[in-house]
Design a protein around this ligand. Structure first.
Ligand SMILES: Cc1ncc(C[n+]2csc(CCOP(=O)(O)OP(=O)(O)O)c2C)c(N)n1
Length: 481
């Protein structure tokens, strides 16, 4: 991942590196002649090759090679994936555990209220680690019958606070002239943090692909993106790793984490997700394609295309379709446009398992996402999850981005829940929030004077290098040769 220290030459090198296929990808590309024709895959296991037909026996040979490679890969993937699941069961990585423990220790020092809950997990028992998120611990946080551990709850709260602080600092930039246009996701933190924490993160088909929209800062923060990477795009600096200062804020592109470039054109991501999912099915493993967008966008044909492509008989795809329903498309209320009760009801006619969850509730969201992901990973079929979320600062800076007081605030609600559960006291919660706002301020100071884009950069790095474009081989600009 780019260090983003503001050193342009390093950054340039990094961008070139990002464009070059990774080892794993390069291998995939080399195999593309055998991977491409879908018919070969569709025929796998169905028919014996016609012995007298040289084309058929050649196909059979290729298929057997694919199966061998695929089995070996699958074993390796399973190993990697099991490791990931153990880490997830642990709720958070070692580094995060440390940070959370520091927060807890500082909070303890800060106030007399002690924390309830068992923070040490039995690392010798993988099954207990796998089930950590649903273990019922003293002092755990409940929503109905579902619960998460105190440790995970505090981690989610801390990330939600960081995301809110980042969004609000970014809105300030749009008003102070440090940036121009703001769009983002304050009000979606509860759902998006829970999503980001459960993504199987990495590069290539083994891992999850993310086809996101422009309100995804919380997902990226939960994945580990530094605040600076978001702010450079807002400030349109040349050091912006996503677009070199040439796109709106929140339009991320991170090859190392399979974050597909985010488009301002709404809903196109829903037609792209089946593409990566087809490739993941052919490749094998547990990776899934996650796609998210707003409620209004579901009126576009792309949303239906995604459902059609993900449910073809014998060709179902591991696509996790997410809709964050904030109740509006810019200024048009969803209620005036949707005849169906829930957007998730749209999955029914396609046989897609669907659910609507309160996206302002991290406990419910954590479990709904976990259910959905487990289903898509294991069944290799689509799932439609709709999250009801708030829009706390309107559509974008174009509508003023003022705080809307009538919308429920997931950060405030979760803070209250943690306090009531005896997991956190008010002073400790304040401290976590205060630290988040300080971090956002420091990050802006760090990046704000970095270089602006140059006119000669405008066409650079528009396309990834490709060895498959025989028609327009010269069509790429600024590529490292
Ligand atoms: C294809 C297309 N049509 C129209 C627009 C203009 N537009 C930008 S955002 C938006 C509203 C999207 O609403 P929704 O899908 O509910 O997502 P939200 O912004 O509320 O998260 C529209 C219509 C666009 N960007 N792309």
């Amino acid at each position: 991942m780019a260090t983003n220290n503001g050193d342009l030459s390093d950054d340039e090198t990094q961008i070139s590196k990002n464009i070059a296929p990774s080892k794993g990808q390069a291998k995939g590309l080399q195999k593309s002649p055998t991977f491409e024709p879908a018919s070969k895959f569709e025929s796998l296991g169905n028919n014996d090759p016609q012995e007298n037909d040289p084309q058929e026996s050649h196909n059979h040979f290729l298929n057997s090679q694919i199966i061998n490679v695929s089995e070996q890969k699958q074993a390796k993937h399973q190993e990697d994936f099991d490791l990931f699941q153990r880490e997830l069961g642990d709720s958070i990585s070692q580094e995060r555990r440390l940070q959370t423990k520091q927060s807890i220790t500082q909070s303890k020092e800060h106030s007399e209220v002690s924390f309830v809950g068992h923070f040490e997990l039995d690392h010798t028992d993988p099954s207990s680690l796998l089930e950590t998120s649903s273990m019922v611990l003293d002092g755990s946080i409940f929503s109905g019958t579902e619960s998460i551990s105190a440790e995970l709850g505090i981690e989610i709260f801390r990330l939600m606070a960081r995301s809110r602080a980042l969004e609000e600092r970014t809105i300030k930039m749009s008003k102070s002239g440090e940036g121009i246009f703001w769009v983002g996701g304050p009000g979606e933190e509860a759902f998006n943090i829970c999503l980001g924490l459960q993504v199987y993160k990495g590069q290539g088909p083994t891992y999850d692909y993310l086809h996101l929209h422009y309100r995804s800062a919380a997902i990226l923060l939960a994945l580990g993106m530094p605040m600076q990477d978001h702010l450079r795009q807002m400030a349109m600096t040349r050091t912006d790793r996503h677009s070199r200062g040439r796109n709106f804020v929140g339009h991320y592109a991170i090859p190392e984490w399979n974050v597909v470039p985010i488009s301002s054109v709404i809903e196109v991501q829903y037609t792209m997700a089946p593409g990566t999912a087809i490739m993941q099915n052919r490749f094998g493993g547990n990776g899934i394609s996650i796609v998210s967008g707003g409620d209004a966008g579901t009126a576009e044909g792309d949303f239906t295309s995604c459902m059609v492509w993900s449910t073809r008989p014998n060709n179902q795809l591991p696509v996790l379709m997410l809709v964050t329903n904030n109740g509006y498309g810019i200024s048009t209320p969803a209620k005036s446009q949707h005849g169906e009760t829930n957007i998730s009801d749209r999955g029914g006619p396609f046989g897609i398992v669907s659910e609507t969850v309160n996206g302002n509730d991290p406990v419910a969201s954590w479990h709904a996402i976990k259910r959905a992901m487990t289903y898509v990973r294991t069944e290799r079929k689509p799932y439609l999850l709709e999250a009801l979320v708030s829009r706390l600062h309107g559509h974008s800076s174009s509508s003023g981005a003022a705080r809307v007081s009538s919308e429920p605030d997931c950060l405030f609600l979760f803070e209250q829940k943690l306090i009531q559960a005896g997991v956190l006291d008010a002073a400790s919660a304040d401290m976590i929030i205060h630290e988040a706002y300080e971090e956002a301020d420091r990050a802006v100071e760090e990046i704000i004077h970095e270089a602006a884009p140059l006119p000669e950069d405008v066409e650079k790095f528009t396309y990834a290098p490709s060895n498959v474009d025989f028609i327009y081989p010269e069509d790429y600009t600024g590529l490292p040769i």
